[in-house]
Design a protein around this ligand. Structure first.
Ligand SMILES: [Zn+2]
Length: 262
């Protein structure tokens, strides 16, 4: 059967009958069920690997998660992946204004993700350090202390052109923008809630089962109702406001008197 996801030029590529891929043919549904999205790759014959296991030109995917906002969404995606026998690499900010890896809930979530068999590591923001080598050294030491884990690879938070083109490890540690992960294999990202480099299922690389590097931000997938990225952010923002109110109320008795009026 012809795969409707492919352009006419690609129709000579033989793709097996794949009902699971059919629902992705309309642009509106490009952030639907995360489980079905992952099944699409499995149906196409892909295996999910850690970054340091990418060693084949075909059928391998390094699935990467940069956690910018919320470890709860990360845990949700980790559970879905685990159910499908998929492993991914989760990168967490150590110095975020949105979550705190040492808070009880965030710490538990990260430990749970790790117990599910995923790799956890550092999402590094070099812009907050005068000397980013020393900054990374500090964060690696902290990460090792907190999680008893060595750091073999990092991802960079909002990298500028310098870091996107940096092909060397930083402080001796590999990062996801090195050519072997960023240029030698096809890269897809859902940053800002949009497929900036196209949807993977539309690509020639996917139809040819070429190895891929896919960046997924769970926040765009784990909110069921809203469809646009802006609507998702509105819902998420309101959830955070309510959670902040609950936290204030639980920890500050006078706040309870003004909680209702806020
Ligand atoms: Zn980031």
């Amino acid at each position: 059967m012809v795969n409707p996801l492919l352009s006419h030029a690609q129709h000579n590529v033989v793709v097996p009958d794949q009902d699971v891929l059919q629902q992705w043919k309309t642009p509106d549904n490009r952030f639907g069920s995360y489980e079905d999205f992952l099944k699409g790759f499995q149906t196409q014959g892909y295996r999910f690997t850690f970054f340091n296991e990418i060693n084949q030109p075909k059928k391998q995917i390094a699935l990467r998660h940069d956690i910018d906002f919320d470890t709860n969404f990360a845990l949700q995606s980790a559970l879905i992946e685990s159910k499908l026998g998929i492993k991914a690499t989760y990168f967490f900010l150590l110095r975020s204004n949105f979550y705190n890896i040492l808070s009880p809930q965030d710490f538990e979530n990260i430990q749970f993700i790790r117990k599910l068999g995923h790799c956890v590591s550092i999402h590094f923001d070099p812009s907050i350090y005068e000397d980013f080598h020393k900054g990374l050294q500090l964060e690696v030491d902290l990460f090792r202390e907190i999680f008893y884990l060595d750091v073999n690879i990092i991802s960079l938070h909002r990298p500028n052109t310098f870091f996107q083109e940096l092909d060397q490890p930083i402080y001796g540690i590999e990062h996801t923008y090195q050519s072997k992960y960023f240029r030698d294999i096809k890269y897809f990202a859902d940053s800002t809630g949009v497929w900036r480099f196209g949807h993977p299922f539309d690509s020639l690389e996917f139809s040819l089962q070429k190895s891929l590097h896919i960046l997924i931000h769970p926040i765009w997938w784990m909110l069921d109702e809203p469809s646009s990225n802006l609507d998702k952010l509105k819902v998420y923002f309101e959830q955070r406001v309510q959670a902040l109110k609950r936290e204030f109320s639980n920890n500050c008795i006078p706040f309870r008197k003004i909680n209702e009026s806020l």
